[in-house]
Design a protein around this ligand. Sequence first.
Ligand SMILES: *[C@@H]1O[C@H](CO)[C@@H](O)[C@H](O)[C@H]1NC(C)=O
Ligand SMILES: *[C@@H]1O[C@H](CO)[C@@H](O)[C@H](O)[C@H]1NC(C)=O
Ligand SMILES: *[C@@H]1O[C@H](CO)[C@@H](O)[C@H](O)[C@H]1NC(C)=O
Ligand SMILES: [Cu+2]
Length: 761
Amino acid sequence: MYIKVDTRASLSSTIMMLFSLYCIVAGVAALTHQVRQSDTCATTPAHRAPKPNPFKELSNDELTEVRSWLMDPKQSLRLKDIDEAGLKDNYIDSIELWHPSKADAVKYLDQDGPVPDRMAKVHVVSGADNPPTIKTLLVGPLPVSPDTKIDNLAEKIYHNAEIPWNAKTSHPGEDRERTNVISATFGAISDALNDLLGLPWSLSNYDTGLLPNNGDGSFRHPWVELMFTMDNSSMWFAYTGFFAQFDFSDQDTSKWKLRKLVYDNKKWTSTESFMDDYKAGKITKSPQMSRNDTQWALRSVKGNTRDLEDLPSPITYSPSGLRYRVDKDERYVTWLDWSFYLSYSPEQGVMLYDVKFKGERIAYEISLQEAISNYGGGDPLQAMTAYLDRGFGMGTGITPLVRNYDCSHEATYLDVNFYDYGAGRVKNDTICMFERDLQKPISRHYQSTDAGSTRGVAFELRSIYTVGNYDYLISFTLFPEGSIEIEVDASGYLQTTYYNPNGDAWDTRVSATSSGSIHDHVITFKIDLDVAGEKNSVERRDIEVVDSRFDWMDDDEAPLKQKKISSSVLDKEKEAVIDWDGNSGKFWLIGNQDAKNSFGYPRSYRLMPRSVIHNIVDGDKMDKNAKFADHHAFVTVNKDNERSASSFYNAFLPKKPPVDFTKFYEDDESIKQQDLTLWASVGFRHVPRAEDVPNTLFIEAKSALMLSPFNYADEELSRDLRNAYYAVADDEGYLVTDENGINHEGTCSTPAFEPLGTLPY
Ligand SMILES: *[C@@H]1O[C@H](CO)[C@@H](O)[C@H](O)[C@H]1NC(C)=O
Ligand SMILES: *[C@@H]1O[C@H](CO)[C@@H](O)[C@H](O)[C@H]1NC(C)=O
Ligand SMILES: *[C@@H]1O[C@H](CO)[C@@H](O)[C@H](O)[C@H]1NC(C)=O
Ligand SMILES: [Cu+2]
């Protein structure tokens, strides 16, 4: 969304007051959030990770230490505090863990190798350099010692190591300057705004988010649409249809200027020419949002109570206590023969490492890479919008989970911390995990001689990232037979725009004065699979309908039409640029060709997409910075310098991104029996409709990818589950032969509904 400010932490921004507004609203809200330690049944059994977690995010102490060390004049970085830095100063924009290389981490985890060094990735905006630039530094090892040094990380991981200063996000020093230019511009036409929109210009009457528009970084020409300042979420419908584009390219702010004003589909290149036309009566006034009647835009309950809906809705719980273990300090989790380590990145959110099933690693890493949303529309806002949410603080947008609503009643919650404007910041209860009842068996069969059914359960790790208007629910789900599912669902508010009566080619009108525009959501993940070992290959199965003849057929019989499978092991990276086949005429396996199951097949996992789209539009606004979203999946050779498909600054450099994903496969290396990484997207095409108001629905806007065993074993892998019924017939009929020792009576009461307190943020 548009107010997804051009800055990672906008709290001290004056122009970008929306986030602080949000905080104020949250602070006085009557909703609540008190952590209540429930009885032992809802507490996960204590547990220790086999080894300290080498992927754990930097602690607030580590963040402070890195910052102090870098600020020390001895490091010669000439850094200023971000709050005091002007446009021609240097300051630290972000600090986060630089994860150990896979080689080091695997040596440590598997072979008693040394603990990998703790390292930090640091973005420094160097306004004092000539030319001004943005640096990506590697700092470590930590804790600080005489061995700690600074390396240029950009050279190692970026295809364009030079990040132009124009790709910077906003900071307080810049916000002040922007406010001046924006205020001067709208102030000069305040009387006209008062007449056309109903309020004169002032910083309290209007909000002005920025839609970045930087091309290759040689300029900054962001767009602004005036929105009425609202006291709550109705702000997402408060667009006025009045636009301005600015030139904020130069470090010298005296050169900052208006490029154009746009209203009612017309443009003016100066406030003077606009006022001339206005005074000449050439500008048509359109109706604006009613600001005193906004209940329709809010989530508060309305309408009559449905029959029996005054009763609480069903919940699921574990009758004799939780069946998973969490080492909260080391962020290590186990559940029914699964185990993994957790990590969190302020850019990428929650990450899973060393995901093992029955003692064998399935995936070394599963992590979010980027979330794009690419819009179409008739006005400057919707037509120019192509977000890469990593640059808009996707990871830091992780929000506290509302107990009893966002996750299962008995979920376990974890906190995250990250560097935010000069200091560490904790966000509590932002990761939840719980075992859930699938409410259907994993498998069953019933016949008169014998019958069985195995109860279906899954373990889900969930976070919700609110990037301005939108709320992305991302879940990683494990199943007892070896499957892993990655699902993304979207809710929250549409990015609407002022209603255009001629806009049906892009828009759907959703209120008296606003409409939503067509857009695609594509969310890309890195899945570093190690199926039955690190060396894997990709196998494609093609299913075709062919005419076949067999010796057992009569000579005069027509050939038999039937499906036939052909199988090929893919040779090179370019062959593994994958678009799912709509009717499952093809499917893909990743596995170890040298590790066979008892029947001679390579032990593999199958990739199973559910309702996935990929990006279909590039062009100037999303040119080279989101190539990972142009197909459903890619498989490339795993490399330490190709760790991530995107970067923080890809969002702001569509024509010259630091990470150009095409380079990952352009060299077309062999992918036969290599350490492979799957880059796979989920996504949905969003054509807004009336039912997106007030919010888009998680239960409809969703997409997923499941990875499931395929000849990975010799038989299906839930046979050891004891929560299974099996009966054989005796002479009388059915007899339950065994309940496997499970006492279904349960020893715990239903989990208490946790009272809610003040909504934290
Ligand atoms: C929401 O904000 C609008 C505009 O500021 C205000 O008129 C309205 O009363 C607010 N509604 C609620 C429920 O707070
Ligand atoms: C809301 O404001 C409009 C004018 O903008 C006015 O006509 C209407 O009566 C107001 N409604 C309420 C409920 O105050
Ligand atoms: C977060 O939780 C910790 C305890 O886990 C508590 O000390 C701290 O006050 C909480 N912070 C906020 C902002 O609620
Ligand atoms: Cu959407």
